[in-house]
Design a protein around this ligand. Sequence first.
Ligand code: LIP
Length: 273
Amino acid sequence: MADPWESTMDHAVAIARKAGEVVRDALRGDRMVTTKSSAVDLVTQTDQKVEQLIIQSVKEKFPTHRFIGEESVAAGESCILSDSPTWIIDPIDGTTNFVHTHLTVTSTLDLQVEFGVVYSCIEDKMFTARRGRGAFCNGEPLQVSQQKAVEQAIVATEFGSDRDPEVVDKIFQSLRNVLCLPVHGVRGAGSAAMNMCLVASGCVEAYYEIGVHVWDVAAASLIVSEAGGVLMDVEGGEVDLMSRRIIAANSKTVAERLVKTIVAFSPPRDDAA
Ligand code: LIP
């Protein structure tokens, strides 16, 4: 049977590569930085330029498709999923890394539930997944780690950009609890999508964060589940991508241990009116 999404996904991979070129070029010059929700929630002209490049290119080919893009939402567009094919875009995931010329920066494109693309442009790693057809990095199949003992796991997480002391205290309580399980180590790539691709690649056993956005995790969620991993809310049960809370793990066993360990809280939802 003809595959209706194959050419769409090929297009997504091609634009992700183009986005990567723009990001790599920008790393050689000045990055004009401004802030969004807090003094440490950074955005650059490159984030905006790459998002426009992706949206224009998709619109030309698929005029009826809709978009949820990080920078368009920051500029006031809605963040609501409908029944129409919707692209969820993070032009630069790891903007703080980008501003500081740190190694990990990705562009993420997700056509809701059909495919996900995460391009780590500095390492030239193209992570892709199609629903029901597996996850890949540069064409090689991905498989999560088989280590189910959390005491022998590496767990990835991030501190996010909320500097409210009460929120920071909860993040540190969770971090303390995770370290004291104990785990072998805690890591953070500075990009939610890349942390999740590390889970999918079997390099770390789990990633959790409260405070992420749908565009940070949508594409990588499919990559994790197609690599055999599990997605869970930080209080257990199904993950809700608009809730800004996520555990991505190699197994239900590891995810459930994290549920018991993380101090849960609920930031305002992405789709809140
Ligand atoms: C960032 C994430 C990072 C997370 C931040 C933020 P951005 O995305 O990738 O891991 O801790 O809360 O969402 O702003 O670079 O696209």
